[in-house]
Ligand binder design. Structure first.
Ligand code: NAP
Ligand code: GLV
Length: 312
């Protein structure tokens, strides 16, 4: 019987480092790069960011799918995704530090009024703006998983009042936990700065909408590094224009790349980044992926098994 054959598929990632990793660590694995499938019956494993709909379902001997990212919505949105196959997401994989850096940058940029100081600098204007101590500022973190919990803990270490929202209760030092639908409105009403790091599921799709913006205290900031499908773009623009929000830093968008005609590109109080909050480019990502592949091959449980019944 032929050895394992891995299909690599991504519309954004360079396959070369992953091919080199498998050549180094698992030379017995044949590495194929989509769209060069060869005989689909050979393929036993898939390492995927995005693959066209229906391809995974057409692989008769596929045993497992490994996501190149922490999120998997971009894989399971394929209506033909073979839901009976085990799907593993990247757990941390060196992304956590990058995600926390991004969130903290956004929080601190707004909290310390850096955009206003940049505008003053452009006019050579020397003027102190009123400061707010972090203990007087509440940051709400939506999603307290691998990334959200690290973001929340580090914000608490910086002295902010930190509250978090998740599906199940959490005990994190310095972070007040709010849970589910019953805790949501109270959580929002206190979130002067809102950081969204939820996964995209049927429950969370479109969650950043007019209803949510209307429940925030007003005049605060949004740092959005979850998934584009969380955001209703027109509602965000209306909230900014109505003063419900003062500023937004956005890494992910309903349509990526962000279309040239999107008003977000030119909004004076929006910072747009091209889905770069974290990238799987480190040795930690490589060892997470190869470690998971090896565990699966040995019959051990890999990390990050996705529960498709909840969608993350
Ligand atoms: P995770 O460990 O699975 O954490 C998800 C968190 O969201 C958990 O705390 C979970 O609650 C909470 N949650 C899920 N559904 C919820 C709901 N309906 N209501 C309230 N809370 C809910 O995921 P992660 O590793 O932190 O990753 C989160 C997401 O980050 C990924 O799915 C991906 O979309 C995004 N991401 C973005 C980038 C980027 O570059 N912008 C990079 C990587 C990942 P429980 O703890 O109660 O289960
Ligand atoms: C990136 O967005 C990821 O899900 O890892």
């Amino acid at each position: 019987m032929a050895g394992p054959t891995l299909l690599f598929a991504s519309n954004i990632d360079d396959p070369a480092p992953w091919q080199a990793l498998f050549a180094r660590e698992r030379p017995d694995v044949e590495f194929r790069i989509f769209p060069d499938l060869g005989d689909p019956a050979d393929i036993t494993h898939a390492l995927v960011w995005r693959i066209p709909d229906g391809v995974l379902a057409s692989l008769p001997n596929l045993q497992a799918v490994f996501s190149l990212g922490a999120g998997i919505d971009q894989i399971i949105r394929d209506p033909a995704f073979p839901r009976e196959k085990p799907l593993f997401r990247l757990v941390d994989g060196g992304l956590r530090e990058q995600m926390t850096e991004y969130a903290l940058y956004g929080v601190l940029n707004w909290h310390r009024q850096m955009d206003r100081y940049r505008a003053q600098q452009a006019k050579r204007e020397w003027r102190m703006l009123e400061a707010v101590h972090p203990s007087q500022r509440t940051v709400g973190v939506m999603g307290l998983g691998v990334f959200g919990s690290d973001i929340a803990l580090k914000l608490a270490l910086l002295g902010f009042k930190v509250i978090g929202w998740s599906r199940t209760p959490k005990e994190l030092p310095g972070v007040e936990s709010f849970v589910g639908a019953e805790g949501f409105d109270t959580f929002l009403a206190r979130s002067e700065i809102l950081v969204n790091i939820l996964p995209l599921t049927d429950e969370t799709r479109g969650i950043l909408d007019a209803r949510l913006f209307g429940r925030l205290p007003g005049g605060g900031a949004l740092v959005h590094l979850g998934r584009g499908g969380h955001l209703i773009e027109a509602d965000l623009i209306a909230a900014l224009d109505a003063g419900k929000l003062d500023w937004a830093m956005l890494d992910v968008f309903p349509s990526e790349p962000l279309p040239a005609e999107s008003p977000l590109w030119v909004h004076p109080r929006v910072l747009v980044t091209p889905h770069i909050a974290a990238q799987a480019v480190s040795a930690a990502a490589e060892s997470a992926i190869i470690g998971n592949f090896n565990r699966f091959e040995r019959g051990e449980e890999p990390t990050g098994r996705v529960d498709l019944s909840v969608g993350y």
